[in-house]
Design a protein around this ligand. Structure first.
Ligand SMILES: *Cc1c(COP(=O)(O)O)cnc(C)c1O
Length: 305
C-alpha cells in the first residue's frame, strides 16, 4: 500500500469507547463504540477504508477517479479530500441539476478541493451503472468508483475496520447504505460473531438486492442480519424523535451522530437492547462509521453539538 494513503488518516484515533447507558447496565450487556469517525475530520469513518484500495489502483495506473453522490455525500467529500492530498485528479458525478444560486456546503468544499463536478438529472442518475462506458469515454483515463465505494475493492477495504477495535465482541452493529461496509465486516468476523446491519434506506419488502450483494461479496456467510425498520421514513428522512434521540445520546456519551446513518443505528441498537433482542452477557460493538455531512443540511439549532 502506498504510504501516502495511510498517512491521510490517523488510525490511532479509532478508539474503542465503552458506554455506560442505563439500559445496557440493566440488561447486563456491554456496549462499546468503535470511533472510526475520529480518524480524520473530513475523510471521516468508513469512507477511507472503502476507498483505500481504489486510491491505490488510481495512483499505480495514474488514472482519474470518477465517482458519484448527492449534494451531502460523505463519500464525495472523502474522495475529493483524499485525491487532493495524493495529487490525483477526480470527477464527481452529482445527482440532480446544478443547484443555483449556490452549491451545498459539501459540494462547494469538494469543488474547492479540486474535484470536477458534473451534474446529471435524477433520472439519469438512477441508471448510472449502465452509463459507465459513457463516463469512461467522457473522462479519458478514468477509474470508475461506484457510488459509496460499493465494489469488491470497497468490501476488501471495509474488512480492515475490525482490526482497529480493541476487545472481544459477540455482536457487531453497523449502519447499512449500499451494504459494502457490512459485507467487509462479515468477511472479517468470526463465525461466533453476529453482524447486525441497520438500513438507512427504506427498502421495498420484495427487494433483496442488498442481501444479494452481501451474499455474493461474503461467499455465503450467514452470520449477519439486516434490520429494515429503523429508517425513520427513508434515506435522509428524519423526525423530531430522531433528532431528540441524537441530542440525548450526545449529552449522555459525548458522541456526535448524523441523522442519515449513525443516529438511526444507535437508536436501533438501544431499542433492540430494551426489547431483549440481545442475550444477557452480550458484548456489543457499534461501528461509528463517521460522516456527519448530512447534518449540514439541518437548521442551525436542531442539534446541540
Ligand atoms: C456511507 C456511510 C454508510 C453506509 O455504508 P455502506 O458501505 O454504503 O453500507 C454508513 N455510515 C456512514 C456514516 C456513511 O457515511
Amino acid at each position: 500500500m502506498n504510504p501516502g494513503i495511510h498517512r491521510l488518516v490517523d488510525l490511532e484515533q479509532a478508539i474503542t469507547q465503552r458506554l455506560s447507558m442505563p439500559v445496557s447496565q440493566r440488561k447486563n450487556i456491554t456496549l462499546d463504540v468503535l470511533r472510526i469517525d475520529k480518524i480524520h475530520a473530513t475523510i471521516s469513518g468508513n469512507k477511507w477504508f472503502k476507498l483505500r484500495y481504489a486510491l491505490q489502483e488510481a495512483l499505480q495506473s495514474e488514472r482519474t477517479i470518477v465517482t458519484f453522490g448527492g449534494a451531502f455525500s460523505n463519500h464525495l467529500l472523502a474522495t475529493a479530500f483524499s485525491c487532493a492530498r495524493l495529487g490525483l485528479r477526480c470527477v464527481g458525478i452529482i445527482r440532480g441539476e446544478e443547484p443555483l444560486p449556490a452549491l451545498s456546503p459539501t459540494l462547494l468544499e469538494c469543488n474547492q478541493l479540486g474535484m470536477q463536478l458534473h451534474f446529471i438529472s435524477r433520472e439519469e442518475y438512477g441508471f448510472k451503472e449502465l452509463l459507465y462506458d459513457k463516463f469512461e469515454r467522457q473522462f479519458p483515463g478514468s477509474l470508475i468508483v461506484p457510488e459509496g465505494g460499493a465494489s469488491s475493492l470497497g468490501v476488501q477495504g471495509a474488512a480492515d475496520i475490525l482490526s482497529t477495535a480493541v476487545g472481544q465482541f459477540t455482536h457487531i452493529c453497523c449502519s447499512v447504505g449500499t451494504g459494502t461496509m457490512i459485507a467487509g465486516l462479515v468477511n472479517s468476523s468470526s463465525e461466533y460473531q453476529f453482524v447486525m446491519g441497520f438500513s438507512a434506506l427504506k427498502i421495498p419488502e420484495n427487494d433483496n438486492s442488498i442481501e444479494e450483494f452481501i451474499n455474493e461479496a461474503t461467499s455465503g456467510k450467514t452470520n449477519y442480519r439486516i434490520w429494515y425498520n429503523y429508517h425513520f421514513g427513508g434515506y435522509a428522512r428524519k423526525n423530531t424523535q430522531l433528532l431528540q434521540f441524537m441530542n440525548d445520546f450526545h449529552t449522555q456519551t459525548g458522541i456526535p451522530t448524523d441523522f442519515v446513518y449513525t443516529g438511526k443505528l444507535c437508536y436501533g441498537v438501544l431499542d433492540l437492547i430494551e426489547d431483549d433482542q440481545f442475550p444477557t452477557g452480550s458484548q456489543v460493538l457499534i461501528i461509528h462509521s463517521g460522516g456527519l455531512q448530512g447534518n449540514r443540511s439541518l437548521p442551525k439549532d436542531a442539534l446541540v453539538f
